[in-house]
Write a protein that binds this ligand. Structure first.
Ligand code: ACO
Length: 191
């Protein structure tokens, strides 16, 4: 995804982690154009993700990120676009308190890290970028994919999880979240 400004200037590293402050680990006080450009990138990514998932509205935007305690992992390719860089995609995560049904039909209350939105630019899908970004997040959070919950995963994402992490859906839930075989075993064993 190309932008009319230098992506390498905005995001110096291959991976950036954005939170409520949107600053990508830098001080943007006195540099309002940087902040505005970061907002443009997030809004554009959110729109593209919603379109790809055929959602009526974006679930990711700069204003939403500023008002929620979520984290957005962003992957760039710094060499494309004549050295100005392109944004490859993003992954948004956050903790949510969920009431889930286990195999016995009992309600289990848990607050797992949830995958809330995930998008790789259309022309860059199926090149391994999604795996690279997901693995970076797992390493950063020191988590296994089976310990997380997934908010309304798309067919492509379910296929991605089965292929790369051998995950198969567990008990159907009454909400939009999906957890996988092994989730309840692991939370039962956690302190
Ligand atoms: N059709 C079916 N499966 C796909 C497709 C596709 N068009 N694209 C990726 N996948 C799955 C397949 O398992 C594929 O393996 P295969 O090529 O051997 O069949 C695997 O992902 C490829 O892995 P990566 O290359 O690492 O994944 P990619 O970079 O394509 O990223 C992602 C995966 C994020 C799901 C991407 O395809 C995408 O952005 N899709 C559109 C948006 C979307 O559906 N996002 C998930 C929303 S749900 C949520 O966020 C909770």
């Amino acid at each position: 995804m190309e932008f009319p400004f230098d992506i390498n200037h905005l995001f110096p590293e291959r991976f950036s982690i954005l939170d409520q402050t949107l600053v990508a680990g830098r001080k943007t006080a006195g540099m309002p154009h940087l902040q505005a450009n970061i907002e443009t990138v997030i809004d554009e990514l959110g729109r593209a993700s919603a379109k790809a998932q055929q959602l009526p509205a974006s679930i990711t935007s700069a204003s939403k990120l500023q008002s929620q305690k979520h984290q957005l992992y962003l992957l760039k390719d710094g060499e494309s676009n004549g050295g100005r860089g392109v944004v490859v995609g993003f992954l948004k995560v956050g903790y949510k308190k969920l009431f889930l049904l286990d195999r016995q039909g009992s309600h289990v209350e848990a607050e797992p890290l949830c995958i809330l939105d995930f998008y790789i630019a259309e022309n860059l899908q199926r090149y391994g970028y999604g795996r690279e970004l997901f693995d970076f997040m797992l390493q950063h959070k020191k988590l296994e994919p089976v310990l997380m919950a997934y908010d309304r995963p798309s067919p492509k994402f379910l296929s991605f999880l089965a292929k790369h992490y051998c995950l198969t859906p567990s008990v159907p839930q009454a909400n939009n979240f999906v957890v996988f075989e092994g989730f309840f075993v692991n939370i039962a064993g956690s302190p």
